[in-house]
Every structure is written in C-alpha cells, then in structure tokens.
Ligand binder design. Structure first.
Ligand code: AMP
Length: 279
C-alpha cells in the first residue's frame, strides 16, 4: 500500500496518529524522477524506522532563474510504480501552491557554507534547499532524515542547519549509488548526450585516481587537483570547481589527509554534474 498525501494538513494528521503509537518516522525528501540512488535511501530508511515518508517535490526556490526548473524531469506515474516494492510507504506530493505562502519571505542561509562551491555557481540554491527542508522537517517531524552523500555539500549544509537551529531530527548520510561504470546516479544524467554520458565516467575515474595518489603518499592538494583537471579536460569536460575539503566542515585543505573529501562539479555539454570521494 502506497498512501498519497497532497496537503500539509493531511500528512500532519496522519503523522500525529503515528506518533501516538510511538512509532519512529524516517523521511526521504526527493525531487522525484526516482532512480536507484533514491530507492537505496528508502531501503535504508525502511530498515531503520517504522514508518517511512518520501516526499516528491520539485522545489522551485532552489533553482536559479536560468536553471532547469521547468525542464527538470518529472514522471509521477513511474515514480509511484518504482515505490511499490517498498510498501507500505507514505508519499507526500504537495502542489507548489500548497507548499509556499504567496507572500513567503523567510529564508535560511548558512553563512560561509551556503555561498561556496555549488553555492558560488548557483547563488540562492542552498537558501532554497535549507528553507524547503526546514519546512518539510516542521511538517513531518521525522526522527531520522536520510540524505545521499552524492550531494555532499548539501549534506553538510543541512547537518549544520539541524545542529544550529535545534531540529530534533537525526540526519543519516547514505553512500552514493553509482551506475556500473561508476557515474553517480542522478536525475540529471538524462540530459547527457550519448557521447557525454560516456565521457562523464571520467569524473569518478579521476576521483579514484586522486585517491590512489593519496594512498601512494602524495598529499599536496594542488598536484592532485591539477591531475583531476587534466583528466576531465582531456575528455571534454569543463571544471566548475574541484576542491579538497575537510569532510566535516568543508574547509579547503592544502594537504590531503584521512577524513578529507574531494568534491567536484563538471560540465559535460550544458549538463552540470557533481560527485565526490572520501579519502
Ligand atoms: P534529489 O531528488 O536529487 O533532490 O535527491 C534526493 C535525495 O537523494 C538527496 O538526499 C540526494 O543526495 C539523494 N541522492 C541522489 N542521487 C543519489 C545517488 N546517486 N546516491 C545516493 N543518494 C542520492
């Protein structure tokens, strides 16, 4: 059984009855067009909690004016059919008009985190992400929030929001799910031409090579980043950013060490892809 809820009040009412029974609630927010990466979060949530709520909502406020909000892939019928194997499941599918007040004015920004890396290329993106997630956490009040490491900066930004603003939800990071050739699964992979789809496998290949360099005792971030850049550019990609960061704070690191992440954003054609690897 997949139960659909289209308004905040409907899902709040259902969850109030759940809380009375002392059941734990897990929450997986998504923008739909579900792939195995999303489904893995749901599988982990099902193992850890009694009631799993999935939201499918393409949040307009996290897209820039010239970004792909209107063409972002949507297929509700396929999504719901993909979810069937995780029954019972509770799916929140709000309409835009139901999510934001017409004169919405409140925004959350995480100083020093919302504005760098993806935030530098996509101003206001994280402001939209934090605000919608805060709204969803207030509506659903989950015990656990399951988020993918694929969107690593988003994970760190949301961890900080949850800690700074005393949300009671515990965030559970989940490993990146990849295609067989290593490309991180993403709803946006659909935009890639066949040849760019093939070339995009070099993103993860270059990250693995970087990790091997570290394993072989090379710790200079600049040399490692230059090598990644070389591989990506030789294969027709355009670097948006590559950085070696502390995996907890996203502070840039000159020397690679255990606990670092290498984070990257690359354009193949018009499609911007992100990935990362743990050191
Ligand atoms: P999205 O629908 O892209 O907003 O993603 C919804 C959630 O799924 C976020 O927590 C993402 O980090 C997570 N996610 C997306 N792709 C993957 C992936 N390939 N592996 C693991 N989690 C993912």
């Amino acid at each position: 059984m997949i139960e659909l809820y289209k308004t905040k009040n409907e899902i709040k009412k259902f969850l109030t009855s759940v809380k009375k029974k002392d059941l734990t609630v897990g929450f997986v927010p998504t923008m739909g067009y579900l792939h195995q990466g999303h489904l893995e979060l749901i599988a982990i949530a099902k193992q850890k909690t009694d009631i799993v709520v999935v939201s499918i909502y393409v949040n307009p406020t996290q897209f820039g004016i010239n970004e792909d909000y209107h063409k972002y892939p949507r297929n509700q019928e396929r999504d719901l059919s993909n979810l069937e194997k995780y029954e019972p499941l509770y799916v929140f599918l709000p309409a835009d008009s139901k999510m934001y007040n017409q004169d919405h004015r409140s925004w959350i920004t995480i100083n020093g985190l919302s504005d760098k890396f993806c935030g530098a290329s996509r101003p206001d993106h994280f402001k939209g992400v934090t605000t919608i997630v805060a709204k969803l956490l207030n509506i659903i009040s989950p015990d656990y929030l399951f988020m993918g490491e694929k969107d690593f900066q988003q994970l760190i930004v949301l961890k900080k929001m949850i800690s700074d603003l005393d949300f009671k939800t515990i965030i559970v990071p989940c490993k990146t799910v990849r295609e067989e050739d290593g490309l991180a699964m993403s709803s946006r992979n659909k935009y890639l031409s066949q040849s760019d789809r093939y070339k995009a496998t070099n993103i993860y290949k270059s990250l693995q090579m970087a990790k091997d360099m570290y394993t072989n005792n090379l710790t200079d971030s600049k040399i490692i980043k230059d090598e990644i850049k070389k591989i990506i550019e030789q294969n027709g990609g355009k670097i948006d950013y590559i950085e070696v960061v502390d995996g907890r704070t996203l502070d840039s690191m000159d020397i690679v060490q255990k606990g670092c992440r290498i984070i990257i954003a690359v354009y193949f054609g018009d499609t911007r892809l992100i990935d990362n690897i743990e050191i």
